[in-house]
Design a protein. Structure first.
Length: 596
């Protein structure tokens, strides 16, 4: 059978020769009131720091990770994120100075339960205090400052690493320019919390756990820790990925030596993961870190979440994965919603993936989330402004359309300094065009993932969502102008979308192709086939994105019936680049309405 490959398959209990250690020069005060003396931070750095120290990125690891995020050279040990970090990779160490430290409470070099307590000269064991994400980030800040870095270009991490990113943005807002939490959330769901509770109970119920005091004994709580890892690993996978890998030969287990049941292929895989994990991780540390993860809570209600995120000043990029049920996408949307409500600069993409929570560690979706990460940091780091005019002229928005004269007419309807919402923005051509006319504050919403990634690459603020889900999350009058440009014909809930637009914005602009256009009528009448003419209508009947075929008269009648006020209307012949005054329902191929 094909083996599911993730970062843990290549890691060992060895430490990289590039591991460095730093001792905190003072007593560390913890969030819950206890203290730690002589705290050691294990960390590694990659790349070269530039002269003004503006190229520094902190990578935050997940619960079982460590400071060895990637190989330093070909002879080095495999890292847990080799696919992302390195020369010419999404986090390019030819360009950035990358820092990754092992979190407080772990067992991979930083002070944790398996460290010796300087006060007693004995292992901390079960005397190690409860630590929180705030404590972990506090230690990271001490390390960053020791390197002479006053501000990070950004922080990035998945899962527990995402929690650390959120903590950085809210606790030390002046110290980061960019925040990129991946497969994360404001807090763990109750279901996720339940899995952690069972995992910890598996460890403490092991006969060799000895209340956490097992370091001086030959037998360790390996069975309990392996079971905890097996249970956790189930939560990292999706139903789709498990079916894909194990259904085809479910009764043919992998040939491994194990004391665990391996009657089924999935059983042998989990046993392999559990027993490998025991080789490099400590049971007390797993309890410590999973508890810290479970305690993290930025709020489950919008009001609380808004308050807790309001202090952030960075640029945000939120990434989730469609099949991740441990950190489900709706929790990422909650973060996005709260940030937008506080007028923060945030973009979001929900990567279509079958890999579950572990997707951010796998190469299957690296083309998507890797490209987003690369573009996000590059747009902040690179000082040169983009040549918007050149970019616009080099792309086509739709079949047969290279000259979007409607953009200029739309811009003339928007008051200066307006906060703009572009619904169904595709690859952001309208937003980029509006920036040429002086409009700088625009947020796009787009359902197509490739379009979203292109927008992020072009440094546009973009939310990956369908309109039905995102519009109700905006508050009344949140925007000055909402625009639905050439999208009306492709949406299903026309009345709901239009009413939501007029709720969230003072004014709304709707443009659409006029399907009563004379050449359309003639083609249908003369040929008896679905019309397909140059411009807006250049699609075959079987691959058209249009689900509706509105005419100008249809829309005017609709607005009258639904009590929607038409403040202004414009009618265009986009092929001949002119405005139509006479009988627009017959002679215009496109219409623009300003409504409220």
């Amino acid at each position: 059978m094909e083996k599911i490959s993730n970062s843990d398959d290549y890691r060992t209990n060895k430490f990289s020769k590039y591991l460095r250690k730093f001792q905190v020069p003072h007593t560390l005060e913890l969030e819950r009131g206890e203290t730690l003396e002589e705290v050691i931070i294990a960390y590694e750095t990659y790349g070269e720091i530039n002269s003004d120290k503006s190229n520094c990125i902190l990578v935050c690891h997940a619960i079982t990770g460590d400071s060895h995020v990637a190989k330093h050279d070909e002879d080095d040990l495999p890292g847990w994120w080799d696919i992302m970090v390195g020369p010419n990779k999404p986090i390019d160490t030819n360009k950035y100075f990358v820092i990754c430290s092992n979190v407080l409470g772990s067992c991979r070099g930083t002070t944790g339960p398996n460290s010796v307590n300087p006060k007693t000269s004995q292992y901390y064991a079960n005397d190690f205090p409860v630590v929180t994400i705030k404590d972990m980030v506090k230690v990271q800040k001490i390390l960053v400052e020791s390197l002479g870095i006053k501000q990070l270009l950004g922080v990035v991490g998945g899962s527990l690493g995402g929690f650390q990113c959120l903590e950085w943005a809210t606790e030390y807002p002046e110290m980061i320019k960019a925040c990129l939490p991946i497969a994360s959330s404001p807090r763990l769901t109750t279901q996720g919390l339940a899995f952690d509770v069972v995992a910890r109970n598996a460890i403490i119920s092991d006969p060799n756990f000895n209340s956490g005091n097992y370091y001086d004994y030959e037998k360790k709580p390996d069975v309990g820790l392996a079971l905890a890892r097996m249970l956790g690993h189930i939560t990292y996978l999706s139903k789709e990925s498990m079916n894909e890998k194990f259904e085809i030969d479910r009764n043919n287990p992998r040939d491994i030596s194990t004391s665990f049941e391996k009657k089924f292929s999935v059983g042998s895989y989990l046993a392999y993961q559990g027993e490998r994990f025991v080789e490099r991780f400590d049971a007390n540390s797993y309890i410590t870190l999973s508890t810290a993860l479970d305690l993290f809570d930025l709020g489950n209600e919008k009001t609380t979440l808004r308050k807790n995120l309001s202090n952030s000043k960075c640029k945000w990029m939120i990434i989730s994965f469609s099949s991740d049920w441990l950190y489900p996408p709706y929790q990422s949307i909650d973060i996005v919603d709260a940030l937008l409500s506080e007028s923060k600069n945030v973009s979001y993409c929900n990567i279509e993936s079958n890999s579950g929570h572990d997707a951010f560690l796998l190469s299957a979706d690296i083309e998507s989330y890797g490209e987003i990460t690369k573009s996000f940091f590059a747009n902040i780091f690179e000082k040169e402004p983009k040549n918007i005019k050149k970019e616009i002229s080099s792309k086509k928005v739709k079949i047969g359309l290279t000259n979007r004269i409607d953009f200029k007419y739309i811009s003339n309807l928007i008051p200066k300094q307006s906060k703009i919402l572009d619904l169904g923005c595709e690859n952001g051509e309208l937003i980029k065009s509006l920036s040429q006319y002086g409009f700088k504050s625009a947020l796009g919403v787009e359902i197509n993932q490739s379009n979203v990634i292109e927008c992020i690459s072009d440094d546009l603020q973009i939310i990956h969502s369908n309109l039905d889900k995102i519009l109700p999350k905006f508050y009344d009058g949140q925007f000055d102008v909402a625009i639905l440009s050439q999208t009306l014909q492709s949406i299903k809930n026309v009345e709901i979308i239009l009413k939501e637009m007029t709720r969230v914005a003072k004014y709304s602009i709707v443009s659409f192709p006029n399907f009563a256009f004379k050449p359309m009528r003639e083609m249908f009448f003369n040929e008896g086939k679905a019309p397909r003419v140059e411009g807006w209508y250049g699609y075959n009947w079987y691959d058209t994105p249009n689900v509706r075929f509105p005419s100008i008269d249809d829309f005017v009648e609709f607005c009258e019936e639904k009590n929607i006020q038409i403040n202004k209307s414009l009618y265009l012949d986009t092929v001949n680049n002119k405005e139509i005054k006479k009988d627009p329902n017959l002679n215009a191929d496109s219409a623009i309405f300003l409504i409220s």
